[in-house]
Design a protein around this ligand. Structure first.
Ligand SMILES: Cc1ncc(COP(=O)(O)O)c(C=O)c1O
Length: 441
């Protein structure tokens, strides 16, 4: 499987953004995250043009949690997208990337007073409120500063997106949002409207989950949200000008994965909103979509150096299992451990060779960290380079220093040139926040 600008060059090496991956590994070391810049731009443009075509008044807010570094914020900002941030750190990164605050949404189910103050001070467009306490604290902060903060209410539409249980967020018992069915969402609307001094309730939001391969759950959520908008108008007279239906479109991790295209997603969602508007008679809202994984995921590839393959046979089971150790693992990609996430890979330095042997790709942590349980590759040797695909989302942003590993470098590859966007951590970086108390010196 080759994604985006990936191709196999005349040296039988994998190329990304016109850069030979073997050269990138030699220049920057491994593990190395390589982001295909043109592919990210292509996804951003596909979202923008298809929602403009199918719906009109729509904003695409890249969900920065998927992959958030200064350069990524700058890139999506220049592509004209909005940005969804979910912490002070993400907001600060956006600011460092020069992202326009009037295109930022601030999320989170438990924002601290400091984070809310920061959102108001920075002038973010919408704070997406997720609790009654937050309504109180935010309105007090805004009033103190003599401002009126625009907000959306995070609602729970009670929709099951049929995805992994740990990435479902729109079902009835989710920790996120105000439940529409049990009346909490309407209570929150009224509470927000009572705080008109500090808050302006501009619309409603929902996000049903992630890595979604079927469009039906989105089609199910839209009428619930539209009916709620109508109910708000009937009960309070307030008109919701914004409907944000979150993110969630899946990415292609394996050859046989076929997530809907962005164009299909835009058509189905836009049609669902337009028909819900017609059926309920609500004013046509501005539509916000918050894609993360479907913009960054397939654009990322992690390059590892392979160690000594290890064959393991056990008397009870037939055959031999061959472990292929790589110089990273859980710390740069926790998703297999967290969600049983599946990945595919190719040998970057012999990319066109015929895959003949089944391997289990293991990480180098003090854990049974398997990156890929089963993948067919050409016969691999020590020093070969493994390119694990679709690692652009929720890899770097979820990376840790477990076992005191240093986090890898991130490069943007485009037009035959690779730019460092995050330098590799050094072992000195690992201790820079440590303190040694006097009595232990
Ligand atoms: C509120 C919100 N919006 C958008 C997203 C992005 O989801 P995805 O990366 O699946 O598109 C998430 C992910 O958790 C989210 O919580």
């Amino acid at each position: 499987m080759l994604l985006g600008t990936q191709k196999i060059n005349s040296k039988n090496h994998l190329e990304i953004g016109g850069c030979d991956v073997v050269d990138l590994a030699a220049q920057f070391g491994t593990p190395l995250y390589v982001m295909d810049e043109a592919f990210i731009r292509e996804k951003c443009r596909a979202y923008k043009t298809s929602f403009e075509k199918e719906y009109g008044n729509a904003a695409i807010a890249y969900a920065s949690k998927a992959f958030v570094v200064t350069a990524m914020c700058a890139l999506v900002g220049k592509e004209g997208l909005w940005l969804d941030v979910a912490s002070a750190g993400e907001l600060y990164t956006a600011k460092c990337g020069g992202f326009p605050m009037e295109r930022i949404l601030f999320h989170g189910n438990f924002k601290s007073p400091e984070e809310l103050e920061m959102a108001v001070d920075y002038g973010v467009k919408y704070v997406v409120v997720d609790s009654f306490l937050e309504l109180e604290v935010l309105s007090a902060i805004a009033e103190d500063e003599g401002k009126t903060q625009e907000i959306l209410l995070r609602c729970n539409p009670g929709v099951d997106p049929h995805t992994h249980r740990l990435i479902r967020t729109g079902q009835e018992n989710s920790k996120f949002g105000f439940n529409i069915k049990n009346g909490k969402a309407m209570e929150a609307v009224k509470a927000a409207l009572r705080r008109a001094e500090g808050l302006n309730l501009a619309g409603v939001h929902c996000h049903i989950g992630s890595q979604i391969f079927e469009l039906d759950p989105f089609v199910e959520a839209v009428p619930v949200m539209a009916a709620f908008i109508k109910q708000i108008r009937e009960k309070t007279g307030a008109v919701m000008g914004v409907l944000d239906i979150g993110g969630g479109l899946g990415a292609r991790y394996l050859e046989d994965h076929n997530p809907p295209t962005i164009e299909d997603f835009a058509k189905v969602v836009s049609d669902a909103v337009k028909s819900a508007v017609a059926e309920t008679g609500i004013e046509k809202p501005m539509l916000i979509i918050e894609p993360g994984r479907s913009i960054a995921g397939e654009a990322g590839t992690t390059i590892y150096t392979i160690g000594a393959p290890k064959e393991v046979s056990i008397p009870e089971a037939p055959g031999v299992k061959t472990y292929l150790p790589v110089d990273g693992g859980l710390s740069d990609n926790p998703r297999p451990a967290l969600y049983d996430a599946l990945y595919s890979a190719i040998l970057a330095n012999r990319a066109g060779d015929k895959p003949t042997k089944v391997y289990t790709v293991s990480g180098k942590h003090c854990e049974a960290d398997m990156l890929i349980e089963s993948v067919v590759l050409p016969e691999a040797k020590i020093g070969d380079l493994l390119a694990v695909q679709t690692t652009g989302a929720y890899n770097h942003s979820m990376a840790s220093n477990y076992n005191r590993f240093t986090r890898p470098e991130v490069v943007f590859a485009a037009d035959g040139k690779a730019d460092i966007v995050v330098r590799r951590e050094t072992i000195e970086d690992l201790v820079k926040c440590d303190e040694l108390p006097e009595h232990l010196k």
